[in-house]
Design a binder for this molecule. Structure first.
Ligand SMILES: Cc1cc2nc3c(=O)[nH]c(=O)nc-3n(C[C@H](O)[C@H](O)[C@H](O)COP(=O)(O)OP(=O)(O)OC[C@H]3O[C@@H](n4cnc5c(N)ncnc54)[C@H](O)[C@@H]3O)c2cc1C
Length: 435
């Protein structure tokens, strides 16, 4: 019988290193192992890269090589003590507060290091779920290797018939002695093609109400009975996949949480997902989205004096700043020990709205240059951004679903009728009259 991990581990001991000492050590490590970025000069129109993509379009072989590079860097920094400062000591972390991680991340940002986006899902959503709901054996096997970058994880939730209504998922898990047999299909699985491990939610008991007959598991993504097929997006790239499970066997100790408690496990991941996405602020991240660059774009298109577009640009910038601070406020709550709350949904929603507004702005500024590749710097490259933006309105919970959450959990409005709670037509009442 697998041991469930103890939940109340008092691991946050007094730090044995001050933030000043930690900063010095981190700088010594970074100076010795990475190259400091050249001093940032304001980018001139027409110089450097004009890439403006949200979903990078890469050949899968190139992508795999980059993942290996990212893994090697993560292992190096983990071994030097900078990979998981706020992790529990008993699990391989340093037992410090997250302020130490923030210090390290800010310092690392000053150096050239491999692209770490392959870890976003694994460390932002999956590892915290394994830690919260995994068995002792599974935590020992997977959590430190995830943080050390030995392995990468993916999130196997969505299905062809279950996205927003995740609890309708149909992938089956049948118990067979000390094992479970998983059969079904997942879809939109980002990074499944390079992931080593996945978090999956399955239906183990179809006779129970839909939120109750679910159970979560860890799956080994290299299992030969898992088939991964790329899905091509309208940007041209293939960042996500369809994943087929053909009687994949997992031991019972790979189970996350209790049998029939898969919904609680899924919520842990989803809360962390919104925290991760919401914290991004929705815009203003890449250099190509900076106010300087957007203003240069207007001038280059001969529209620098267009009052309507200038006003639009300022509104976008203001909204980005507001969302940045909303995200920071919500994160501060999380860092103080509270669970990620519905504020994250506000931030996620506002972030997607800002990206959409930016997409509309560049479309107006560029006109036909957005759709025809004339070779002119900084113009057609924006097509990648415009085509990628709708994904942000869907990933991690669609705009409409976020609005429902904000309406119900922040504003206290009555609950949205779900497909399972729809009143039969002959029971509907208009005023006091039955139809
Ligand atoms: C870039 C990207 C990456 C992704 N990565 C992953 C991943 O790694 N793993 C994973 O499991 N999934 C992933 N997804 C899938 C994502 O979680 C789902 O697409 C999302 O939850 C929406 O589900 P759906 O696509 O089935 O749309 P549906 O749920 O079918 O929704 C269709 C439309 O109906 C609307 N709608 C649905 N319900 C309601 C309601 N109650 N009220 C009002 N409107 C409603 C939606 O807003 C939407 O406009 C990713 C998606 C994207 C875009």
């Amino acid at each position: 019988m697998a041991r469930r991990a103890a939940r109340a581990v008092p691991w946050m001991a007094m730090p044995d290193i001050t933030e000043e000492q930690f900063t010095k050590e981190a700088l010594v490590f970074l100076e010795a192992n990475a190259t400091r970025k050249a001093e940032k000069k304001a980018q001139k129109w027409g110089e450097g890269s004009d890439s403006a993509s949200i979903f990078e379009q890469k050949d899968r072989a190139v992508e795999l090589a980059e993942v290996e590079e990212a893994k090697a860097w993560r292992q190096k920094k983990f071994d030097a003590g900078f990979g998981w400062a706020n992790g529990p000591v008993a699990r391989g972390g340093r037992g410090l507060t997250s302020s130490y991680d923030r210090i390290y991340n800010a310092l690392e940002g000053e150096f050239e290091t491999p692209n770490a986006s392959c870890f976003t899902i694994g460390l932002g959503m999956v590892a915290p779920t394994f830690l919260a709901h995994g068995t002792e054996e599974a935590i020992a096997k997977y959590v430190k290797p995830l943080w050390r970058g030995e392995i990468v994880a993916c999130q196997l939730f969505s299905e062809p018939g279950a996205g927003s209504d995740l609890a309708s998922l149909q992938t089956k898990a049948d118990r067979d002695g000390d094992e479970w047999v998983i059969t079904g299909q997942k879809v939109w699985t980002s990074g499944a093609h390079y992931a080593d491990v996945g978090e999956i939610i399955c239906r183990n008991d179809p006779s129970l109400p839909k939120h109750k007959g679910l159970t979560g598991f860890i799956v080994d993504m290299k299992d030969p009975n898992i088939e991964i097929r790329p899905l091509r997006q309208m940007t041209g790239g293939a960042n996500f996949n369809e994943v087929f499970f053909n009687e994949v066997r997992v031991p019972d100790w790979y189970r996350l949480g209790d049998v029939n408690q898969g919904w609680t496990v899924a919520l842990t991941t989803l809360m962390n997902e919104r925290a991760a996405i919401g914290a991004g602020g929705g815009g203003g991240r890449g250099d190509f989205m900076s106010l300087d660059r957007l203003s240069a774009l207007l001038h280059a298109m001969g529209k620098g004096h267009d009052k309507v577009l200038r006003d639009e640009l300022m509104q976008i910038w203001i909204a980005q700043q507001v969302n940045k601070y909303t995200g920071q406020r919500a994160l501060a709550k999380v860092k103080a020990g509270a669970l990620p709350g519905p504020e994250m949904s506000i931030s996620k929603l506002a972030g997607a709205k800002n990206m959409t507004a930016l997409s509309s702005f560049v479309s107006k500024a560029l006109g036909a240059k957005l759709t025809a590749d004339s070779g002119e710097w900084g113009t057609f490259a924006w097509a990648q951004f415009v085509l990628g933006t709708p994904g942000g309105r869907i990933a991690g919970g669609s705009d409409e679903v976020m609005r429902n959450i904000v309406g119900e959990r922040v504003l206290g409005l009555p609950k949205e009728p779900g497909i399972d709670s729809v009143t039969p037509f002959n029971e509907l009442k208009v005023g006091t009259q039955q139809v």
